[in-house]
Write a protein that binds this ligand. Structure first.
Ligand code: ATP
Ligand code: MG
Length: 460
């Protein structure tokens, strides 16, 4: 029996998990100025205010954090009252966003434990039959908040009151061992929110952490649960996965853990395809390099590449089955492939339009007679389509595509039709020559197409 004397006060309990300032490496100067403003405003208004998640984790790993997440005992409404530049978002998980120009600081109220969805928390919590959390808005204490987070390394808190770190879930040790461990029972936590499986892959790739055995084991088995996640949420998550600078490593892990096949059901549906794999890997290597150089990347390009070979195969099948012109079959296949894909990942219209453009330009690039070259070149997606073409040439080891790439390269360099375009007589030697001597490109003959390959010399 506890006597009143040896019963610990909440403050004493918190002390057990506290790492004082002098025993950790996080300094205020590493923290984003706007995040500090938010932390201090909450603190000065009498609320608890702590940095949590990637901000703390990455600083401890010596990495520049992508963003700074804050947690507090203030309710979202109380946060809103404190900040003019605040808007409340989310139904499933209610949050405050504090806006500083383009920067957003996310403030979440401590989450707490809840009874089942028939109990008094029914308004605030909703769970599906399979255990998936559809709503999670029961508020609680700091310690409870830690237990509701996903991985131990994401449940470290930096307290603005005394600059100490709180570690309730052994996150510091896992960080030191570079181990990714879910808090609680892995299967229950994945069922509650299957996106945690994707997050496991993302953090493993991004931070070079090893997924602990108990957290790795259920992933392949539970991968189909990703189908239950709203397609709109998947769009954001997939961007974080593939367009955050570690796209290649992430892609390989997604494939290994069978999540890729759920997210992209038409990719590799008849088993892994070397050509598709090679082009995706190369595109992600290029994308990672662009991100490292601070260049812009677009999801449309990556999606166009990921779905290209399934699209080509489908177009050929359709053309073969119905006797349709390849070009027409290609347009139909494009619709089919995209309509299947958006069921799992809700790609916004502006991106599907760009994907279509990049694909259609693959058919237009070989047909550059007369004014066509100029029109194709002026197309807003020309550059993406050209990069795509050169990747195809590389992956397919195709002389024909290599010549076409060289032709367009020369066109771009001189911004005019290569002079030899219409005078060249077809010989195989052309490909060994420098671009200025390259032969005019012939319209590609796609298998399954009824069209014959003819040198393009007519105007539009
Ligand atoms: P990043 O560097 O990508 O921002 P992050 O860990 O900060 O990584 P966020 O998506 O910004 O990830 O989420 C902030 C924190 O919120 C996480 O560190 C984690 O503690 C918690 N969190 C986010 N998503 C979940 C989830 N699905 N289940 C449980 N906790 C989550
Ligand atoms: Mg974050």
């Amino acid at each position: 029996m506890f006597t009143k004397k040896n019963k610990k006060t909440p403050a004493e309990i918190l002390d057990i998990y506290k790492i004082p300032r002098e025993k950790h490496s996080i300094s205020r100067k590493d923290i984003d100025e706007n995040a500090l403003k938010v932390l201090y405003r909450l603190h000065n208004a009498g609320f608890r205010a702590l940095l949590v998640g990637g901000g703390v984790r990455d600083l401890l790993l010596g990495i520049k954090p992508k963003d700074f997440d804050i947690t507090t005992n203030a309710t979202p409404e109380e946060v809103k009252d404190l900040f003019r530049n605040c808007r409340l978002i989310g139904r499933r998980f209610r949050l405050a966003h504090i806006l500083f120009g383009r920067e957003v600081i996310e403030v979440a109220t401590f989450r707490g434990h809840h009874d089942d969805d028939d109990g008094q928390d029914a308004q605030k919590v909703k769970q599906s039959k399979g255990g998936m959390l559809l709503r999670d808005n029961v508020y609680g204490s700091l310690e409870e908040d830690a237990e509701r987070r996903d991985f131990t390394v994401n449940a470290l808190y930096y307290d603005i009151a005394d600059f100490a770190i709180y570690d309730f879930c052994n996150g510091m040790q896992d960080l030191a061992e570079r181990k990714l461990t879910l808090i609680g029972d892995p299967e229950v936590r994945y069922r509650e929110d299957p996106v945690r499986m994707m997050r496991a892959i993302r953090f493993a790739a991004k931070l070079n952490l090893t997924i602990s055995d108990s957290c790795a084991e259920p992933i392949r088995r539970l991968a189909p649960l990703l189908q239950d996640i709203p397609a709109a949420r998947h769009f954001d998550e997939v961007i974080k996965l593939l367009l955050s600078g570690q796209g290649l490593a992430t892609y390989r892990l997604l494939k290994e853990y069978k999540l890729l096949q759920v997210l992209f059901p038409i990719l590799f549906k008849d088993g892994e395809d070397d050509k598709a794999n090679a082009i995706i890997e190369q595109a992600l290597i290029d994308t990672d390099a662009r991100i490292a150089q601070g260049k812009r990347v677009t999801p449309a390009y990556v999606y166009a590449i990921m779905l290209w070979y399934p699209l080509e195969q489908r177009a050929q099948e359709m053309s073969f089955e119905s006797g349709m012109e390849y070009h027409d079959a290609f347009l139909l296949a494009m619709n089919e492939v995209l309509s299947i894909q958006v069921k799992t990942i809700a790609i916004p219209k502006r991106f599907t339009a760009a994907i279509r453009d990049i694909w259609i330009l693959q058919l237009r690039l070989p047909r550059f007679g007369g004014k066509r070259a100029q029109r194709v070149h002026q197309h807003i997606k020309f550059r993406a389509a050209f990069d795509f073409l050169s990747l195809r040439a590389k992956v397919e080891r195709s002389k024909e595509l290599a010549e076409l790439t060289a032709w367009w390269q020369e066109y771009q360099t001189h911004n005019k039709l290569p002079e030899h375009s219409y005078s060249y007589k077809t010989t195989n030697k052309a490909i060994e020559k420098k671009p200025e001597a390259a032969k005019p490109y012939k319209k590609r003959r796609y298998s399954g197409s009824k069209r014959t390959a003819t040198a393009v010399s007519s105007d539009d």
